[in-house]
Ligand binder design. Sequence first.
Ligand SMILES: [Zn+2]
Ligand SMILES: [Zn+2]
Length: 244
Amino acid sequence: MKAILGPLARSLGDVTFPPVCIVCADLVEASDYRHVCAKCAGKFDFVEAPACTVCGHPFYGELAGERLCPHCEGLAPAFREGRTCVLFKGPARALVHELKYRRGLYVLTDIEAAMRRSLRALELVRGAVLVPVPLHARKARERGYNQTLLIAQCFVRAVDGAAQIEQLLTRCVDTKSQTAFDRRSRRANLKNAFALSRAAAINPALHYVLVDDVFTTGSTLNSCAGVLRRAGCLNLDVVTFGHG
Ligand SMILES: [Zn+2]
Ligand SMILES: [Zn+2]
């Protein structure tokens, strides 16, 4: 009886909630993703080497030897290396927007599926202590979750548990929405925005990796990196799901 009911329940589920592509709204069939159709999934832009060692943005063409890209101009990173899974456009942007602004926790499995194909980013994550960029407590209450923590959990699953998460940081200033600021005022706005959590203990022998959903100017990640560095994190990298 169970054997009959299982598939029946599943097909009923698909009738009630037909899997629809979050990018183009077509039905999702024969795709590696549950909420991105095969056609849109083809538009994931996975980052391969060579890439900027600070932010992970790929270099195109003949740029051997050059390490920095225009995205990190003037950043003076407090971390060693940054890597990213995909460029923040098309399906990657749709997934993060769904998670961040529409409470779409159901897209986490697709984010994890995309991460699993991002071997360069996973290389950095494996064996590391992941530190998610924190949300201010007010915002976390408002949203009900910290999407960066959820993304860090996706990274842990994508390396089959070979990484751990420690929430070492808190956001002590309720910074105004970053998108309203230009690059320079973003940095001023972020000064002293982060602090070490009260119970945080740093082990200088461990490899720490800061996690954020998207690398934009890098100023948020760099503020967090500065706090960790001053607290004794010597071996510190950065990983993001998207770059854009
Ligand atoms: Zn689609
Ligand atoms: Zn860069």
